[in-house]
Design a protein around this ligand. Structure first.
Ligand code: HEM
Length: 237
């Protein structure tokens, strides 16, 4: 149940609640920028968090979705892989964590930011910090213990099985508790996601990548560039 049905229940809940929010309350779909209220700490906190989390996500894709056979095929030894995961993944996690701590301190100390904070804002920050800290602890413990545990032969195929609707919960049996806790806490994060400002990550500004419309307003007040003078006069009347 925990490693077979639960992940699907969480994902269905997350998707349904997200669509429900988009449909019933589209104007709440925003990153709710508070830049106007405080800038200095936001700049540092947001920058560090976004750089760190981007690297963490890339690391998760490489470690959890790419099969171990691929690394063997390109001749990357297990030692080299784990060195890369620890010395690349840990700094990325710590940078994201540092950014979140700055954002949390800002939300608490900047009077106007605190006054406009909702429960969802605090919850999003708290859950991100908890998930990131448990990830850092699991990675560090694994590096220090030399237990021989390799998530590329357990968590990795379990996750890929889920994605192709062939779940195999048995793969999670030998996974150390700290990794299980990390993953279960991400489930909580996915459940609170639809009710927080985190939804803005689904609306990445892809429009910036292509040329968008430019609306020109003429000195005489006409704002419909494709209409001739008669049409514009008619509209004005
Ligand atoms: C189902 C989803 C997830 C799974 C299965 C998962 C699994 C893992 C695993 C196996 C590691 C160890 C990596 C290593 O030792 O090299 C790890 C580390 C970590 N995880 Fe996750 N994770 C998930 C989602 C997340 C999310 C959503 C976040 C952040 C919001 C996160 C943040 C971290 C961090 C910061 C680390 C430590 C540093 C790093 O390896 O990048 N994880 N996770």
């Amino acid at each position: 149940m925990l490693w077979g049905a639960l992940p699907y229940m969480v994902i269905v809940f997350c998707i349904t609640a997200t669509i429900w929010r988009y449909v019933t309350n589209p104007f709440s779909w925003t990153s709710k920028s508070s830049e106007m209220l405080e800038k200095r700490l936001l700049r540092w906190g947001s920058l560090l968090f976004h750089i760190g989390i981007f690297a963490v996500i890339c690391g998760h894709i490489a470690g959890l979705l790419v099969p171990i056979e691929f690394y063997h095929w390109i001749g990357l030894s297990d030692e080299a892989y784990h060195m890369g995961a620890v010395f690349g993944g840990l700094p990325a996690g710590i940078i994201a964590f540092a950014g979140l701590v700055i954002l949390l301190v800002r939300r608490y100390t900047a009077r106007r930011v605190r006054a406009t904070s909702s429960v969802g804002d605090w919850l999003a920050l708290a859950m991100l910090i908890i998930v990131i800290v448990t990830g850092i602890l699991a990675t560090s413990a694994n590096a220090v213990n030399h237990s021989g545990f390799d998530y590329r032969t357990t968590i990795n195929p379990w996750l890929r099985g889920l994605l192709v609707f062939q779940p195999d919960p048995a793969l999670m049996q030998t996974v150390p508790m700290n990794f299980k806790v990390h993953i279960l806490l991400t489930f909580v994060l996915y459940c609170v996601f639809p009710f927080t400002r985190l939804v803005h990550m689904l609306s990445m500004p892809l429009g910036y990548l292509r040329r968008s419309y430019v609306l020109y307003r003429r000195r005489d007040g006409a704002i419909y560039p494709n209409q001739n003078q008669e049409q514009q006069k008619e509209r004005a009347m």
